[in-house]
Design a protein around this ligand. Structure first.
Ligand code: FAD
Length: 399
């Protein structure tokens, strides 16, 4: 992995056959890819409302970054999840929120359950090509009528012989207009809502899969977000990930990595916004001195940076416990909640110090102000995180 593709070789020292984390850090190659292949084009892709996922994923996949914690036999680097967190932090250097999110969907949101519970056949068809960057993945959980309440999704996969016939639709599907396959959550029986669902690998080119529209959004412009309909789509039953009926549980496990990944990613965005704001306010003068020299400004930036460091500590503690096999649902939910709230504060406060410039489309702070607003909504809204934390604190009203 990482050695066979000439595209990737320019990011690796000539003697490196197999990327490992020390090589990754030593060569700063995530940063190189971002600087050379992504950031120069972000403005264009934001304007176009889409980035070329196949091209960028091939570059990242060839360099090993789409399967950092996936098994070596599946083409991954075989490292633990803390290395995925490190890569997610680096990806926060991309000059928008949409592209890191799309990469995260591929590497840490649509594929963890398949890597952990999928059959060898499914891994060969869907996981390995996703890790290598040959196939684009998307995650189909949310629907028009069910986002926060995942248990109430309506999409059905009805068994007929050795096939499922799938009817329904998915909403807000990141990578949805470009994806080759979807990790689909569907009801495979009429049983209780937490035990009647399955995760299914669904090729997106099957008859009956309709991309209804690309959704216009407040932010995350370079990430395509689709509404998808399924009209009696037939897929082999062997495409079910792990055990039929375990989809809800698998998805909840998959959410842990999604949430930790999202926090890691947004930490770097916050660092960068604060740093850019320091640079701008140091040279911008008001009332005969730099904006930065006003105590209200540098004290506020110090407060925000302190909060960012606290969040980083929480993330790293949760990650350290997670890789030792602990249940970190409570800590991951706390980190996700805090991340969503803090990034809103950081963007809002920093944008203020840019004055009118902060209100233009020309500066990173205004783009991230729009993009990172999603953090408190997507992948479980703040209120959903609060509900989980309360459950673990045993403070919810008793039935
Ligand atoms: C740009 C974007 C990309 C996305 N990508 C994907 C994707 O790739 N795959 C996917 O499956 N989904 C994706 N989503 C969906 C996302 O996860 C959902 O939007 C999110 O889970 C919220 O669901 P909802 O939009 O249906 O809001 P609703 O469930 O209707 O909730 C509305 C609001 O209700 C409040 N709320 C929720 N629960 C409670 C509670 N218990 N108590 C009080 N208030 C509460 C919250 O403020 C919440 O925002 C994406 C969404 C966006 C906008």
């Amino acid at each position: 992995n990482g050695g066979g593709n000439t595209e990737s070789l320019k990011y690796w020292p000539s003697n490196a056959k197999m990327p490992n984390i020390s090589t990754i850090l030593a060569t700063n190659s995530v940063i190189k890819i971002i600087d050379q292949e992504i950031n120069p084009y972000v403005d264009q892709w934001e304007a176009e409302g889409k980035f070329p996922a196949h091209k960028i994923f091939k570059i990242l996949g060839s360099a090993g970054f789409l399967g950092v914690n996936k098994p070596v036999e599946d083409g991954g680097l075989g490292l633990d999840f803390s290395y995925s967190v490190a890569v997610a932090e680096e990806l926060g250097n991309i000059h928008c929120g949409g592209i890191p999110m799309a990469i995260g969907v591929q590497s840490d949101m649509a594929t963890p359950a398949l890597a952990r519970f999928g059959s060898a056949e499914l891994k060969k068809e869907f996981l390995i090509p996703s890790i290598m960057g040959d196939k684009v993945a998307c995650l189909g959980v949310s629907e028009v009528g069910a986002g926060s309440d995942v248990s109430s999704i309506m999409t059905k996969a009805v068994r007929k012989g050795d096939e499922y016939v799938i009817s329904g639709g998915k909403m807000w599907t990141t990578n949805g207009t470009q994806a080759d396959w979807m990790c689909l959550l569907a009801n495979t029986s009429d049983g209780p809502p937490h035990r009647n669902k399955s995760l299914i690998c669904l090729p997106m080119n099957l008859p009956g899969v309709h991309i209804a529209r690309k959704i216009d959004k407040l932010g995350m412009w370079s990430s395509d977000t689709a509404q998808v309909f399924f009209d009696e789509v037939r897929v082999p039953c062997k495409n079910v990930i792990g055990q039929e009926g375990m989809g809800f549980t698998y998805q909840m496990l998959q959410f842990q990595e999604e949430r930790l990944w999202a926090v890691a990613n947004v930490l770097t965005s916050m660092d960068n916004i604060i740093q850019e704001t320091i640079q701008y306010t140091r040279q911008r003068k008001i009332f005969k001195q730099p904006v930065l020299y006003h105590q209200t400004v540098h004290f506020r930036l110090a407060e925000l940076q302190t909060e960012v460091e606290l969040l980083r500590s929480l993330l790293h503690r949760a990650t350290a416990l997670y890789i030792k096999g602990n249940d970190v649902t409570k800590l991951a939910s706390m980190a996700k909640l805090k991340g969503g709230r803090l990034v809103r504060e950081v963007c809002d406060s920093c944008l203020q110090y840019w004055g009118g410039m902060g209100f233009t489309s020309d500066v990173l702070v205004s783009r991230l102000y729009r993009d990172t607003r999603l953090m408190s909504i997507g992948g479980g809204a703040d209120e959903v995180m609060l509900g989980i934390i309360c459950k673990y604190m045993d403070t919810l009203p008793r039935k």
